[in-house]
Design a protein around this ligand. Structure first.
Ligand code: SF4
Ligand code: SF4
Length: 111
């Protein structure tokens, strides 16, 4: 079991979640963060930190996000410190289907 970041994070990246993770298993893309599900210890402390409820426990209903998190956590740099959300975060907060229309495969800066 693991926790996964869902598409709500895309274009928002509030990053409040990363500082509380005891095993530093968040990774940063250009416009989304992901969790490495093999490193996540299933503690759940990141969940209430996300202001837009973008983090969910792995389940039958979000296998797509499990695969996205697994794939890109091996391609993107680690992020362990909070940073300001993206400039467009409020505008994109409740936009649906962000993965299909907005997701970037490019890595973020990490820190
Ligand atoms: S706090 Fe939420 S929106 Fe911000 S990076 Fe973490 S998962 Fe994404
Ligand atoms: S559930 Fe715990 S170990 Fe997993 S990403 Fe969140 S804070 Fe890190």
């Amino acid at each position: 079991m693991a926790y996964v970041v869902t598409e709500k994070c895309i274009m928002c990246k509030h990053a409040d979640c990363v500082e509380v993770c005891p095993v530093d298993c968040f990774y940063e893309g250009e416009n989304m963060l992901v969790i490495n599900p093999d490193e996540c210890i299933d503690c759940g402390v990141c969940v209430p930190e996300c202001p837009i409820d973008a983090i969910e426990a792995e389940s039958e209903d979000n296998l797509k996000w499990l695969e996205v998190n697994r794939e890109y956590s091996t391609k993107w740099p680690s992020i362990t410190q909070n940073k300001p959300a993206m400039d467009e975060a409020e505008k994109y907060r409740d936009v649906p289907n962000k993965f299909a229309e907005l997701f970037s495969e490019n890595p973020g800066e990490g820190n």
